[in-house]
Design a protein around this ligand. Structure first.
Ligand code: AMP
Ligand code: MG
Length: 358
């Protein structure tokens, strides 16, 4: 398949180009487009065949549902079928504060949305993105757009056009080149169907943010879930995900203990002839001179920068043909919870607590 590349500026979106991309979606094609979180791979959410093509293009497991993207509240009516008034109240209350934005809310599904979107579930994840290209694309297509992240399944999510091109060129109809994504991590996945609202996938909107609006919120303990979820309520839970090709291990503990431990691991691996990569911070990156590839997530404690850079760093390790990655754990406060969740999954759950020693 020949993939068309359409360049659109985020500052002054070209309406003609967007109208064209919208018609591709409406007529059953696949279009990759930028959002504020990551690039998405979109199809007309009402078109079962088009939605199935997303799974093929990405090689996505058939039990990992897609998010339905809307541009205004009028579009909600063909997508959501609320189970009760409380569910509707929660969505509207949160939407007032966080829509458009990086929050996906899971509610009852309208019958117009095919089961291929929800992977057989009677619920649907809905989001109104804030990125001007994403919003205009949905508006111009005139239909809700079902989309997962626009990466080959299992690889880190794409936060730049080049990432999407790498994974999907020749497999989709159109890729919009609309620059870099500002948030970086995927949207928060929030279940509003359960008795208590529950964060299934951490993201830029935190459990604490939801509590302020709804008065209560639970969160899945993602550290305890690895390998244990049979039928995932939120797909990210089940798979080794976001992963670079290199075997990745995360080291946690005091800065001194972590640095000393990673320095030792570098020496061991270099001794075995392996090409080593280190995921560090601005403050620590100079301490790993023996590793050929050292990438920085940003300043220590700057979780927003970490979220924005993580996936690009993981892809850079692949591009640099790194065989083994040692990553420093970062702050889990606020958005940091989402960053550590992705890093944990990239490492297939391998986190080592480092103990201080002389
Ligand atoms: P992606 O954006 O590629 O990570 O994929 C969409 C994600 O949205 C899934 O991995 C789930 O975490 C979440 N999601 C979408 N629909 C549902 C749903 N009905 N129930 C639970 N999670 C959902
Ligand atoms: Mg994804």
């Amino acid at each position: 398949m020949k993939t068309e590349i359409v360049r659109i500026s985020g500052e002054e979106p070209d309406i003609q180009a967007l109208r064209y991309c919208g018609s591709v979606i409406r007529e059953g094609g696949l279009v990759a487009f930028p959002t504020e979180t990551v690039y998405g791979l979109g199809a007309n959410a009402f078109n079962d065949g088009a939605v199935r093509n997303i799974f093929t293009a990405k090689n996505r497991p058939a039990d990992n549902p897609l998010i339905v993207h809307i541009s205004d509240y009028e579009m909600l009516s063909g997508v959501a079928a609320f189970n009760n008034e409380e569910e509707r109240r929660r969505l509207i209350a949160l939407g007032e504060v966080y829509w458009p934005g990086p929050l996906t809310m899971i509610v009852g599904k309208d019958a117009r949305i095919p089961l291929s979107v929800s992977c057989g579930l009677e619920t649907v994840g809905i989001r109104m993105p804030v990125h001007p290209i994403a919003l205009a694309l949905i508006r111009e297509s005139g239909v809700p757009i079902a989309a997962p992240s626009a990466n080959a399944s299992g690889r880190p999510s794409p936060t730049k056009f080049s990432h999407v091109y790498e994974d999907l060129n020749g497999r989709v109809d159109v890729i919009i080149d609309g620059g870099e994504c500002s948030v970086g991590g995927e949207s928060t996945g929030l279940d509003l169907v359960s008795k208590e609202p529950t964060v299934l996938r951490p993201g830029a909107v935190t459990k604490e943010d939801v509590m302020v609006v709804l008065g209560a919120c639970e969160a899945y303990d993602w550290k305890g879930l690895e390998g244990k979820v049979e039928k995932p309520r939120s797909p990210g839970m089940k798979y080794r995900h976001y992963a670079p090709a290199a075997e990745t291990t995360v080291y946690a503990g005091t800065q001194a203990a972590v640095v000393a431990r990673i320095q030792r691991e570098i020496r061991k691996s270099v001794g075995k002839g392996l090409r080593v990569g280190v995921l560090a911070t601005e403050e620590t990156k100079k301490l790993y001179k023996e590793a050929p590839v050292v990438l920085s997530l940003g300043k220590m404690g700057d979780s927003h920068a970490h979220a924005e850079r993580l996936f690009d760093c993981l892809r850079t390790f692949d591009a640099q043909e790194v065989q083994v990655v040692f990553a420093e754990a970062v702050s889990e406060d606020g958005v940091g919870d989402a960053v550590m969740n992705r890093l944990f999954r990239a490492a297939g759950g391998r986190i080592i607590d480092c103990i201080e020693e002389d």
